[in-house]
Design a binder for this molecule. Structure first.
Ligand code: HEC
Ligand code: HEC
Length: 819
């Protein structure tokens, strides 16, 4: 026998031996299994008793299904979901071995990816909403023998910036935001994200910090002011909104960005003169008003700007105001704009290329238009719209992973917390080669986390994505249904909801500032940040007899007043003593604080930063999930959305997963205005629907103690409201059982270690930009440990995540990357 033969024999022998003792499974490695030898027998053993050819359960025949192809891809997708989530085979049946289950699920995903390549591909497993498909107990518990983890890393990739990030970046070019004021830490500050306006729109505004007068009201003002809306698209409303590869930039967006760049560059050069007539810029408001010719509401000429210069003055101004084009000035403007929109200095080649483009367009179009067109091109640079993490330089380690370094690493660290350019200290660390090791990253992250003046809007964005409390203003309410809740009608409700988002933002920041037991406090705080209008939203919807009593009381008070004021008018009295008879308003008091809202001066419609830090009515509220912002975000036009609330708890707190709504299901509740939501939801308790819905609905129904505008209530349709619910199949036996109401439910959940771990999983997803795999188990466990040992510090959790291999390392070769 030759030497090679011997070696082969030994190898075969060794493999047979391991096979006999059970197999080794390496997560992410291609599964060397085939349909006939492994998958079909798996189905025969575990599934076909129930899903055979005759009388199959759920009308689903798996016997004879055959390998994955385009036609049966949908069935295989459902099989994958059921098996990965450990729903099938049913709990009471004999379960497949852990490794066999993992291999079966991996095999399906690999096959679906191959088969659907030309049909848009298969990426469901990468979706953040499917993150929980990875078994929680395997991530945090002991691993069964035979599973061998690989040192983790993330794939090399580019991230498109989010709309908010993009606007915030561009805002830096034309507006000077106020510096951090430790006395008023809630106010909007340089480095915070540009907030949506009072109508929930995300826009970049020009010159609003100089407008001193306008004709007309809020609407006229909003139309007259120069603004450009966010261009980049964002299709997701719920959950994590931004993974790499979710989004690209299409040609229509590119065209719009060029238009935006034109506006921005002209404003950078000329200030309000680029958007107004010279006479409108004056400190003599009256003189300008005299020029107002009749009704010009909503027109750009209906505004008066003061003469202060508040925008940043930059080399772009110098270039455009110069007598003639000077090549040093051109270069300076190019470099300035490049760094402002990409956050790093251009390389020599980049700089030269853009100078050349600008010079050519100046030659063609003249100094002003040419320079502007030339500089506009920089706004479309890849790095102005995407953040690369390609790890093209650097040597792979023995596992094929490359650590990010210098600019890519610095940008990753910066982006983990911020939307604007790296601060000076971080920039010098990058440039001086002091951002290359895990310790370097820890130093910078800890420094930035400790400094309140370094604003960190990404942290707040995580909580928005995680809790989904920022959607309330976008839920269109049926006017009558809204009226019935006792909340203010029409536009007042929508502005109240945008205010509610800002209030919850602020509350989260206050809890983050203390940085102790962060998740638990978020879930169980009795504190609320409140506007005057919140007296109603935190109030209790009155029952019919209470309304009658309130009306009677008003009548008596009026009678008494008329006795004292014989000439008084009843209408005057009512106007002065406005009573919302439908609501027992909450008594809210507490110290004054500020919330971050859009800029002043949307007239009467503008949001006001002044708030109070109050305590919610006792026994009625507990934490974020009972705030109107969250409740309304999880409601619909007519009613509460108990299913979605329950789903939120199942996924974001318990770490469970629900397979997608089958396309054959008509997901509609009966339209029965005289029945409660709970009653109408009886259809989801039918046997087929129940398997999915029993995991969601009983977790959402305890929130029936609130109506769909978020007011507390004790009755519904004249009957005592039923707020009972149940936790089943949570994965934590201490949790399972009945609950009386939302408060009871939340208290239980907030005590659970599992809930805390699920929170860590979501933080991982947000900051790594991908779903966790089994290979990330050590990273998740370290993060969880850091969180626990620090007494629930978000800073400790973040530092752990941002110094993890998953954050620092990239794998360039796609086939090698963990999936
Ligand atoms: C003991 C009987 C039983 C076994 C064994 C069983 N199932 Fe099921 N399966 C059911 C029932 C019953 C339903 C209907 C939903 C429910 O009640 O859980 C169902 C539902 C399903 C569904 C959802 C149907 C749909 O329309 O999307 C899928 C997919 C599925 N099973 C796959 C499997 C797979 C794969 C296996 C083997 C790994 C398996 N089942 C094993 C009883 C079984
Ligand atoms: C395979 C799991 C599954 C099954 C089976 C299922 N559903 Fe659902 N259903 C879901 C999920 C997940 C949602 C949540 C969607 C969301 O987040 O809005 C949902 C939502 C709904 C909604 C709310 C829709 C909305 O957005 O207002 C209704 C109503 C509903 N299902 C009814 C049914 C009925 C009736 C059946 C049985 C005929 C059924 N479902 C079976 C998973 C399922």
């Amino acid at each position: 026998m030759s030497k090679v033969g011997c070696a082969l024999a030994a190898l075969v022998g060794c493999c047979l031996a391991t096979a006999a003792f059970g197999e080794t499974y390496v997560p992410g490695q291609q599964v060397e299994k085939d349909f006939r030898g492994f998958v079909e027998p798996f189905l025969t053993t575990h599934c076909n008793d129930c899903h055979g050819k005759d009388f199959p359960e759920a009308d689903l025949t798996l016997e004879g299904l055959g390998p994955v192809d385009e036609v049966n891809a949908d069935v295989w997708t459902r099989v994958w979901a059921q098996v990965a989530l450990k729903e099938m085979p049913p709990k009471e049946e004999e379960q497949p071995e852990v490794i066999a289950r993992l291999q079966f699920a991996d095999w399906i995903v690999a096959q679906l990816k191959g088969v659907l390549k030309d049909k848009g591909g298969f990426e469901a497993q990468l979706d953040p909403n499917k993150g929980n498909f990875v078994d929680h107990d395997l991530l945090f518990g002991p691993l069964p023998e035979g599973i061998q983890l690989r040192p983790t890393s993330s794939p090399a990739r580019i991230w498109r910036v989010t709309p908010q990030e993009h606007i915030t970046r561009l805002n830096e070019l034309i507006n000077t935001e106020p510096g951090f004021d430790p006395q008023k830490p809630g106010l909007r500050t340089h480095g915070d994200a540009v907030p949506t306006n009072h109508g929930g729109e995300l826009k970049l505004y020009f010159g609003v910090d100089r407008i001193t007068k306008w004709q007309g009201g809020t609407v006229a003002y909003a139309t007259a002011v120069k603004s450009v809306p966010a261009v980049l698209s964002s299709a997701r409303a719920h959950g994590l909104e931004n993974y790499p590869d979710f989004y690209s930039v299409n040609s229509a967006e590119a065209t719009q960005i060029l238009g935006m760049a034109d506006d921005i560059l002209r404003y950078m050069a000329h200030g309000p003169l680029s958007i107004a007539e010279p006479y409108q810029i004056s400190d003599d408001t009256k003189a300008v008003m005299q020029k107002w010719d009749g009704d010009i509401r909503g027109l750009p000429t209906s505004l008066v700007y003061n003469t202060q210069v508040v925008r940043p003055l930059t080399p772009v101004k110098d270039l455009l105001e110069a007598e003639e084009v000077d090549s040093t000035q051109l270069q300076a403007a190019v470099d300035y704009v490049f760094q402002a929109v990409t956050f790093r200095p251009p390389t020599k080649q980049e700089s030269q290329a853009y100078v050349q483009i600008a010079q050519q367009s100046i030659d063609k179009l003249g100094q002003e238009d040419g320079a502007i067109l030339g500089l506009s091109a920089i706004f479309l640079d890849r790095d102005a719209l995407f953040r690369p993490e390609l790890a093209t330089s650097g040597k792979p380690d023995e596992h094929g992973r490359v650590m990010l370094q210098d600019w890519e690493l610095g940008m990753a660290v910066n982006h983990a917390l911020r939307y604007i350019q790296p601060d000076e200290t971080l920039q010098s660390a990058i440039v001086e080669g002091r951002l290359r090791t895990k310790e370097d990253v820890r130093r910078e992250v800890e420094r930035m986390l400790a400094d309140d003046s370094i604003r960190k809007p990404r942290v707040l964005q995580f909580f928005r994505d995680y809790f989904d409390y920022d959607l309330g203003g976008y839920i269109c309410k049926d006017a009558k249904a809204l009226g019935d809740t006792g909340a203010g009608g029409g536009n007042a409700h929508y502005s109240a909801m945008f205010d509610a988002t800002a209030s919850t933002d602020r509350l989260i920041e206050l809890i983050l500032a203390e940085d102790q037991d962060v998740l638990k406090r978020l879930l169980t705080t009795e504190k609320i940040v409140a506007t005057p209008g919140d007296k109603v939203y935190y109030g209790t919807r009155r029952t019919q007899p209470d309304i009658a009593a309130s009306l009677k009381q008003e009548k008596e008070a009026l009678a008494a007043w008329l006795e004292e004021h014989p000439n008084g008018k009843a209408a005057d009295f009512k106007k002065r003593n406005k009573t919302n008879h439908k609501v027992e308003v909450a008594e809210l008091s507490g110290p004054k604080i500020f919330a971050r809202v859009s800029r002043r001066s949307f007239g009467a419609g503008s949001m006001k930063p002044e708030r109070i830090l109050a305590t919610a009515p006792e026994g009625e509220r507990l934490g974020i999930l009972t705030q109107p912002s969250w409740l309304v975000s999880h409601s619909d036009a007519m009613d509460n959305h108990a299913i979605r609330r329950g789903r939120w708890i199942r996924e974001r707190l318990l770490g469970g997963g629900i397979p997608d709504v089958p396309i054959t299901v008509d997901a509609m509740l009966p339209d029965e205005p005289n029945n409660t939501l709970r009653e109408r939801m009886r259809v989801t308790r039918e046997s087929y629907c129940r398997t999915c819905h029993e995991k969601m609905d009983p977790l959402g129904l305890p929130f029936e103690m609130f109506n769909h505008a978020g007011l507390h209530r004790t009755t519904e349709l004249g009957q005592p409201v039923d707020t009972s619910g149940e936790i089943i199949d949570s994965g934590d036996p201490n949790l399972d059982g009945k609950v009386d109401n939302a408060i009871d439910l939340i208290k239980k959940l907030s005590e659970s270690e599992r809930v805390e771990q699920v929170f860590v999983r979501h933080a991982f997803r947000f900051w790594m930009g991908r779903n966790e795999t089994l290979n990330d188990a050590p990273v998740l466990q370290a993060a969880d440990q850091a969180y626990q040992e620090s007494g629930g510090s978000m800073k400790a959790l973040l530092t752990s995540l941002l110094t993890s291999d998953a954050f620092l390392y990239r794998t360039r070769d796609e086939t090698d990357a963990p999936q």
